[in-house]
Ligand binder design. Structure first.
Ligand SMILES: [Zn+2]
Length: 115
């Protein structure tokens, strides 16, 4: 149960919820190692193959074989907080605890040019 920042909208979500976190996370690791990423979504959802996104952004993302569509589940937070509610320093502090409070703050702030 870790918290991450959605790369698409900047809201906070839980990695265990109805989002693409683990799929995109594995692909990012492979990409960093120069390996091919595994593509499992329809081409129109290509962005989601290697960007971790919250369950709001992932709603309706469909697998290329039509086996599944990402949908919010009962455990998904209805009202997610945007990272700006807590601020960069606080989120980096959570991440530095290394206990899963926050898993991608450094990477996120680098990606938006704030580190
Ligand atoms: Zn989002």
């Amino acid at each position: 149960m870790s918290i991450f920042i959605c790369e698409k909208c900047g809201k906070l979500d839980n990695t265990a919820c109805g989002n693409n976190y683990w799929h995109a996370f594995v692909n990012k690791c492979n990409q960093a190692d120069g390996k091919e990423i595994s593509k499992c979504y329809k081409p129109s959802f290509e962005y989601f193959e290697n960007h971790v996104c919250c369950s709001d952004c992932c709603e309706g993302v469909t697998y290329s074989d039509n086996s599944r569509t990402l949908r919010k589940r009962s455990i998904d937070a209805r009202e997610k907080d945007h990272w700006t509610k807590f601020g960069k320093e606080k989120l980096l502090e959570w991440e530095s605890r290394n206990d899963g409070s926050m898993v991608n703050a450094t990477e996120y702030f680098k990606s938006i040019g704030q580190m």
